[in-house]
Design a binder for this molecule. Sequence first.
Ligand SMILES: *[C@@H]1O[C@H](CO)[C@@H](O)[C@H](O)[C@H]1NC(C)=O
Ligand SMILES: *[C@@H]1O[C@H](CO)[C@@H](O)[C@H](O)[C@H]1NC(C)=O
Length: 238
Amino acid sequence: MKVQKSMELDSKVDLYVTVTPTVIVIGMFYAEWVAQPPTAFDPFHQLKSQVGVMVPLTNGTGTSLAVDLGANTPQYDARRIPTAVTTTPDAGLYLKNHEKFLEVLETTESAFAANLSYTIQPVASATIREGNARRGNTFGLDPMPQIWWSMVVEWDDETKDAQAQQTLKTMDGNLRSIAQSRGELIRYQFMNDASFMQTVLDSYGEDNLARLRSTAKHYDPSRVFQELQNDGFLLRKI
Ligand SMILES: *[C@@H]1O[C@H](CO)[C@@H](O)[C@H](O)[C@H]1NC(C)=O
Ligand SMILES: *[C@@H]1O[C@H](CO)[C@@H](O)[C@H](O)[C@H]1NC(C)=O
C-alpha cells in the first residue's frame, strides 16, 4: 500500500508482489538509472532479516531482467492456468484474500499435487493517464490506482485438469466476492493474465466492445478471424 502511494507521486516507481506458500517475491523497479535507490521501497527494505536477494540491485533493461529472472526461477514442466482480477488497492482486501488463499491451499494439498500462487500488480493512475494521452486504448480504465491480480494454479497430472480449473475458479471467485462486498471490484480483466475460462473483451465495457465489433466488421467482414481462429479471446464468444 505504501509503495503504491509512492507510485502515485512518482510514476517511475513500479512493483509486483508474488505470494507463494513458501516465499514472497518482491519485484522493485525504477524507470531511471539513479545513483541512490529510491526511498519508495524502504517499507520492504525495512523488513531487514526477513529479506533475501534474488536478483541484486542492477542498472538493467527489460531484457537483462528477463535473463536474471529466468536464471533464478526453478525450471520444471507443469500445466498452468492463470486468472485475472482487477480491484482497487486495499490492505484489508489483501489480508482477507490471503486467508482465503490459505484455505484453498489446505483443501488442495489433500486433494492433488499443485502449486498455487498469486501476484499483486499495482498500476498507477499516471500509467492510465499516459495511455489515454497517447490516443487511448480499448481497456475502458478509469485513471485511478488499481491492482491487476494474477492468480495461478500449476499441476502436472492431466487427470486433475478439472480439479485444477475448479481450484482456480474458487480462487478467482473468492477474491471477486471479497472485493465486491467491499465495493473494490473493477470490471477490467488484464488479458495477459486471463484464463481461457474468461472472455476478457466484455470486461472493457459496452462502448469499447462496440468499437471492437465495428473494427472487426470493417477489416474482417467475412469473419475469418472469428470463425477460423480456433481459440482465444474472441468477439464471437461474447
Ligand atoms: C546506476 O547508474 C547510476 C547513474 O549512472 C550510478 O550512479 C549508479 O551507481 C548505478 N548503480 C548500480 C547498482 O550500478
Ligand atoms: C511445484 O514447484 C516446484 C518448484 O518450486 C517444482 O519442483 C514442482 O514440480 C512443482 N509441482 C507442480 C505440481 O507443479
